[in-house]
Write a protein that binds this ligand. Structure first.
Ligand code: KIV
Ligand code: NA
Length: 283
């Protein structure tokens, strides 16, 4: 199967075909997403939460992201690979942003990077990265790396002034050369208006049906976190297409029971044999 490139994504967008994106963080998850013919694998900094168990995306480092990117890149042969620039790797200056973005391609094996926010400084960073030769996906609306100043994860752009700000940020990121934009947790009509105003594809998450594409987090869409204390991390907008967590839990419990009862491995899973006289020779 032919690889997905910026040209492929552009062609889909121009034909009005929805673009699919899912996150992946390692070899097996990227292989799964790739085999499902999903257009874009996003190595998201959501790894901080769903892989490393943090409460926010803030703690994950560029070095850690690079390891996730490298593993995911080995699994995704076909999909377009986007890697999240983590918190603390691009805010200081555009030179820092370019340096981090270049590492995501050279060391991480990504095709493009994503960064959060649409303030003038972020737009300048996006422009500098694009000028350095790295494709950039923007991300506006709820930007989880800003949780400290936002005061929590909550829907954005629910008043007209905020919605106008999201639209202006989206346009500024487009003008800076972003090839696409994530819209996270904004009302459907706002996402629709932004999508209509732009000439680059929007990828929505909790942003209604009118965006040019959709993205979900791997662990969330698979129902990986079935434990009661993890219920808080499966967001309202996320459809669970499976209950993989329950399947894993059941399998592990069964394994533990069979070990306890000595029914595993049994003869069926004890393939290595030795002739009877050799055993006798041991005694
Ligand atoms: O890190 C992530 O998973 C993301 C998506 C939710 C867009 O940024
Ligand atoms: Na992210």
């Amino acid at each position: 199967v032919k690889s997905v490139t910026l040209r492929t994504l552009r062609a889909k967008y121009e034909k009005g075909e929805p673009i699919s994106m899912a996150t992946a963080y390692d070899y097996p998850s990227a292989l799964h997403v790739d085999q499902a013919l999903i257009d874009i694998v996003l190595v998201g900094d959501s790894a901080s939460m769903v892989v490393h168990g943090h409460d926010t995306t803030l703690p994950i480092t560029l070095e850690q992201m690079l390891v996730h990117c490298q593993a995911a890149a080995r699994g995704a042969q076909r999909a377009f690979l986007v890697g999240d620039l983590p918190f603390g790797s691009y805010e200081l200056a555009s030179t820092e942003a370019v340096r981090s973005a270049v590492r995501m391609l050279k060391e991480g094996g990504m095709d493009a990077v994503k960064l959060e926010g649409g303030s003038p400084a972020r737009v300048e960073a996006a422009r500098a990265i694009v000028e350095a030769g790295v494709a950039v996906m923007g991300h506006v609306g709820l930007t989880p790396q800003s949780v400290s100043v936002l005061g929590g994860f909550r829907p954005q752009a629910q008043v007209a002034s905020e919605a106008m700000r999201v639209l202006r940020q989206a346009q500024a990121l487009q003008d800076a050369g972003c090839f696409s934009l994530v819209l996270e947790c904004v009302p459907g009509p706002i996402a629709a208006a932004v999508t209509k105003a732009l000439r680059i594809p929007t990828i929505g998450i909790g942003a209604g049906p009118a965006t040019s594409g959709q993205v979900l987090v791997y662990h969330d869409l698979l129902g990986m976190m079935s434990h009661p204390h993890h219920a808080k991390v499966t967001p309202k907008f996320c459809k669970r297409y499976a209950e993989v967590g329950a399947t894993i839990q059941l399998a592990l419990a069964q394994y533990r029971e069979e070990v306890s009862a000595r029914t595993f491995p049994g003869l069926r899973y004890s393939p290595y044999t030795i002739k009877a006289h050799e055993v006798e020779a041991l005694e």
